[in-house]
Design a protein around this ligand. Sequence first.
Ligand code: GRF
Length: 204
Amino acid sequence: LKLAVLISGGGSNLQALLDAAADPEFPARIVCVGSDTDAPGLAHAEAAGVPTFVVRPRDYDDREEWGQMLSAAIQEHGVGTGPEPGLVVSAGLMRILPAGFVREFSPHLINTHPALLPLHPGAHAVRDALAAGATETGVTVHVIDEGVDTGPVLRQARVEIRAGETEEELHERIKQLERPLLVQTVRDIALGELDLAEAARAAP
Ligand code: GRF
């Protein structure tokens, strides 16, 4: 299974996927890594010899055009939408993918989110869970639909919230579960043990 991974930050989830894909037995390989900015995590891809690209929203008149260019870059690297679809993995992309982009790749696009969706959608999930005084939170891998963090849930993992911990401390503890969960979810999709079309149909 060919993966296009999209990031905006440090890319520790990308690194986990790169590490997994280094094993020739792993049923997926990362054929490109894209970002909306000069993400530090792009260095992980470069170190692994994986092609990278940056498609900046500010270079385009509107979000849909940005999405079209992002789609073109992904497809140029062999992650297609045709009979042999690849998989787009949003792993810390701090952008909402435009509707046209989502429709083009759906359901072969997934996102990882540091909360137990539908709780705490959006860009500040960890902070929101802390602010809500929750005793636990977690991470969700889901199919991306045209909403914000609203697509069908594929996998979740829970983590307790410790009194007094900071957003950064909690987020790192979430990531300790998130990285293997994302790798496992990609593996299950690649092996056909998790059917994205079925998951998308089954969603309420
Ligand atoms: C991850 O926790 C992801 O769920 C969230 O942003 C974080 C990215 O972390 N959207 P990294 O860049 O993979 O380290």
